[in-house]
Design a protein around this ligand. Structure first.
Ligand code: GLV
Ligand code: MN
Ligand code: MN
Length: 396
């Protein structure tokens, strides 16, 4: 709840975009809490923060846990934040109980999981996991032309540590489910088996500005009319495949965005997701061709760029089993689930044995100021995470 004050919105949620002053404040608070809990802090070149609780054998690879502190523009207090603070809570609990682990434990805050400003999410964990080049990520620009590198610099979190490149024993991420299944079935823990694939695109439609009062309709090259037709078509495409993929156009920028100038350029985002990677590729082709046809008919130029791709992934069998067993031992109800959302843990599957723990959230609502979760469910997820981490880190 203290973290939720930073960027609190009028509607009871949180708006704390990555690499803004609010993100800096959240990071500073997290770093302070971790230092107070006796952790040492490392920050890498993507701004990922690692808070380490030493073990008895510190040359062993760490067991890592965490998530993200950035939010959607109209987001909630729990998406991501829960997973970071669950890690901190485990450190505090081990301190209180004077338990020493064999390997170190790293609690991580991954930079820019949400991908609101720079086009694609989970960017910093993708670099960490070797799925994206560091220089490409740092050169990414937001819609105002600011680079990821300069914004990282601006908030004082452009660290010097290399991004990844060292062994991690296992990674676990606790997260709210962001969907309705656990609540509907009265289960407290979701043992996450995998997550669906995702491709994101940036579409640029080039028309020509003109006077809204003087240019006859038949002579216009209106980029926004073209974009509107494309967006409607993209929505229809989602209904052509079974089971339906999800396709979302959620961000749009119109140039010059003036009541009485015909729009000369429109840039919009596409987020497409499906569990079948081949189907996702077919949809990408379909979307590009459909937008191309509309642009051609209207004699407008089109750039259709794929800016990220994450294949459907599965989590590590041993990590899945330890989450399930921990819930069982603790007498907490559980069921296996798949994730519709993307998570940093999906990238980490390419780097280290990885698992995810879900807890229910109210009415399955997320990416919404109304997002809410019950303290007892959050505590149960934290308990399971603690036991899983102890199993992998070893107790002295
Ligand atoms: C993360 O919030 C996602 O887009 O799935
Ligand atoms: Mn999240
Ligand atoms: Mn999110």
């Amino acid at each position: 709840m203290d973290m939720g004050h930073i960027g609190a919105t009028a509607g009871g949620g949180v708006g704390r975009l990555a690499l803004t002053d609010l993100d800096r404040q959240a990071r500073d608070l997290f770093v302070r809490w971790c230092q107070e809990a006796g952790c040492t802090i490392r920050i890498d070149r993507m701004g990922n923060i690692f808070a380490r609780r030493a073990g008895s054998e510190n040359d062993r690879p760490p067991v890592m846990t965490g998530s993200h502190l950035d939010t959607q523009p109209l987001g909630g207090k729990f998406d991501g934040i829960y997973g970071v603070l669950a890690g901190l809570e485990i450190v505090r609990t081990l301190n209180d109980a004077a338990v020493r682990t064999r390997t170190p434990i790293d609690v991580v805050n991954w930079t820019d999981e949400e991908g609101v400003r720079f086009g694609s999410g989970t960017l910093a964990s993708a670099v960490f996991s070797g799925l994206c080049e560091l220089d490409d990520a740092l050169a990414r620009t937001d819609l105002d032309g600011n680079t990821f590198a300069s914004e990282l610099e601006h908030i004082g979190y452009a660290g010097t540590e290399p991004v990844g490149g060292y062994p991690v024993a296992a990674f676990f991420e606790a997260h709210i489910e962001q969907g309705p299944i656990l609540e509907a079935e009265g289960k407290t823990i979701g043992v996450v088996l995998g997550a669906q694939g995702q491709r994101c695109f940036k579409v640029t439609v080039e028309g020509e500005e003109g006077h809204a009062g003087t240019l006859p309709m038949e002579r216009r090259r209106d980029a926004l009319v073209a974009a509107a037709r494309m967006i409607d078509t993209l929505n229809a495409i989602a209904f052509r495949y079974e089971p339906h993929p999800v396709i979302t156009v959620g961000a749009i920028k119109v140039r010059p965005n003036s009541r009485n100038t015909i729009p000369g350029q429109v840039v919009f985002s596409i987020d497409s997701r499906h569990p079948d990677n081949d189907l996702l590729a077919a949809i990408a082709e379909d979307m590009q061709q459909s937008c191309g046809r509309i642009a051609k008919d209207m004699q407008l130029a089109l750039t259709f760029e794929q800016i990220s791709e994450r294949a459907t992934n599965i989590f590590d069998d041993r990590c899945i089993a330890s989450i399930r067993n921990a819930a069982e031992r603790l007498g907490i109800s559980h069921r296996d689930v798949y994730s519709g959302a993307g998570h940093d843990a999906c990238n980490l599957t390419h780097y280290a044995p990885t698992g995810m723990i879900f807890v229910p959230c109210e009415n399955g609502i997320s990416h919404n100021e109304k997002e809410n979760a019950r303290p007892e469910d959050l505590a149960a997820g934290c308990d399971v995470l603690l036991h899983v981490i102890l199993e992998h880190a070893g107790v002295v």
